[in-house]
Structure formats: structure tokens, C-alpha cells
Design a protein around this ligand. Structure first.
Ligand code: SF4
Length: 267
């Protein structure tokens, strides 16, 4: 496909996160994702991934909405992962885990799955992570099963937690949860602690209920980092302005780049 974009080259940004589609099968209370952008076609996604590789990106994150819902005719997420892998990129899938295909953990072209865990109990996690449809709860158990399947397959994972006013006191119990997974053989690459942001389809309406002060967020992160878990723990104050990750999506057929769109909005 003929491309009509130029990827900004910022050598300190080595990770490219792709918003493949807005659709999701969850309605998380803090969702920072937007609804108003295009579902990428297979051709667009492959051309973009090739351009990103050409611009020096080493690592891509296939995300959504929910990337496991992405299709283009017969093409599925596995085809995008295969294209990225053929270029030598590290391939991550940032997923809620619900619609992953059977045997997902054995797909060789995916290096790592990123799963959410937002509370140490189903009561906390499922109050924040709502499954759309007739059975809104059960996501906590599902993530635990996905982690177990990855452990069995030897597949690396990362865990993301959106820290907010409701779950900040869960840090010690989340540390214990993480330790249990490690004891059972999970290959955990990192634990990302994202600060709740009042943006997107869920975040805007949840600000009053979920917003944290700077002090509360930092304190929770200090507590997690002080746990001496043998994994990397990252404090993500504002993921949209990350120094290492850039975001890409299409809207109206045109490529959009997070740093340009949000940077411009902040001026
Ligand atoms: S935060 Fe929840 S609702 Fe938003 S895209 Fe992720 S899984 Fe879907």
C-alpha cells in the first residue's frame, strides 16, 4: 500500500502502541480509550508496522479497544503479529484476555501478553473491570486463568494496574498475588502501575469517584516498589505522555500520532 504518512523519529521512543480498533467487550470504570477512531485494515496495519520498523521502533504493542476482537476478512491478530515478527520486532498484545483464541499462549509470534489486574480479589477487580453483557463479573478469575495458561506455555506476561482511589490500599495484597504467580512459575516481565486519568470513555465520568492525589499515587507506588518483588515495577504517571512509548491510530483514513495530537491539545 502507498503510504501518505511520515513517522516522527524520536530515538528515545522505542515502543509503538497501535490502537487497532475502538471496539471492546468490557466497560471498565476507568477506561481511557476513546470510541472515535477507525478500525485499521490489515493493509494499513502492516504498512504502519513496516514504517515503524523503518523509523527505528523495536517493540510494538497491539492494542485496542480490545485487540482480540480485531479482524479484517480472514485476517486476525495472529497475522499482524506474524508480520511484525518477520521484521524482527518484539511483539506484545495488550488484552483483557476474554476473546483470546484457544492455544493463544503458544503463538510464537507474540513475545508477551499484557493483562490487567486491578485488585487482589474478585470483589475489587470486578467492581472496576466490568464485562459487557449478561455476566458483568468473572473477569478476575478469567485473568488468573490466562496467567496460568501463559505459565504453562512458558509465555512471558506483563501486568497492568490502573491505580485509583478505590484500589490503592490493595497494593500489599496485589504484591502477594504477584508473588504467588511467580512461585507458580509465571514469567512476569513487568508490573505497570498506571495512574488513573480522567480521560476516555470511562475515565471522564469516573473522576470524582476514582481520582487520586499525587501523594496517594506516589505512596502506593513506593509501597509496591519497596516490596522487593524480583520483577521490574514501573510507575506510569501519565501514560499518554510517556517518554518511551508512542501511540498510533487512524481516524478518517489518516494516521494520527499521540505525541502530536495530545501535545497540540495541551498547548
Ligand atoms: S480499559 Fe477496559 S473497556 Fe477500556 S479498552 Fe481496556 S478492557 Fe476495554
Amino acid at each position: 500500500m502507498k503510504v501518505d504518512w511520515q513517522i516522527p523519529v524520536e530515538p528515545w521512543k522505542t515502543i509503538a502502541a497501535l490502537f487497532l480498533l475502538p471496539k471492546c467487550d468490557m466497560g471498565c470504570t476507568f477506561c481511557a480509550s476513546d470510541l472515535g477512531f477507525d478500525r485499521m485494515s490489515y493493509e494499513q496495519a502492516c504498512a504502519l508496522i513496516s514504517s515503524l520498523h523503518g523509523a527505528g521502533y523495536e517493540n510494538i504493542v497491539l492494542g485496542g479497544g480490545e485487540p482480540a476482537l480485531w479482524r479484517d476478512g480472514k485476517r486476525s491478530l495472529a497475522d499482524l503479529a506474524a508480520h511484525a515478527k518477520s521484521l524482527g520486532l518484539t511483539v506484545q498484545v495488550n488484552t483483557n484476555g476474554i476473546r483470546l483464541a484457544e492455544g493463544f499462549a503458544n503463538i510464537p509470534d507474540v513475545d508477551r501478553f499484557i493483562f490487567p489486574m486491578d485488585g487482589a480479589t474478585s470483589t475489587m477487580h470486578d467492581s472496576l473491570r466490568i464485562v459487557l453483557g449478561s455476566k458483568p463479573t468473572g473477569h478476575f478469575d478469567l485473568v488468573q486463568e490466562r496467567v496460568r495458561q501463559c505459565t504453562e506455555a512458558g509465555k512471558q506476561i506483563s501486568i497492568g494496574t490502573v491505580l485509583n482511589r478505590n484500589n490503592r490500599d490493595d497494593i500489599p495484597a496485589l504484591v502477594q498475588w504477584m508473588r504467588r504467580q511467580l512461585d507458580e512459575g509465571a514469567n512476569i516481565h513487568a508490573w505497570h502501575l498506571y495512574r488513573f486519568q480522567a480521560v476516555g470513555r470511562g475515565g471522564v465520568d469516573s473522576e470524582e469517584q476514582l481520582a487520586l492525589t499525587d501523594e496517594q499515587f506516589r505512596q502506593a507506588c513506593v509501597e509496591a516498589k519497596g516490596s522487593e518483588l524480583p520483577i521490574s515495577i514501573w510507575r506510569r504517571d501519565d501514560m499518554l505522555n510517556s517518554s518511551t512509548v508512542e501511540f498510533f491510530w487512524f481516524d478518517g483514513g489518516k494516521l494520527h500520532v499521540g505525541g502530536q495530537v495530545w501535545g497540540a491539545a495541551a498547548l
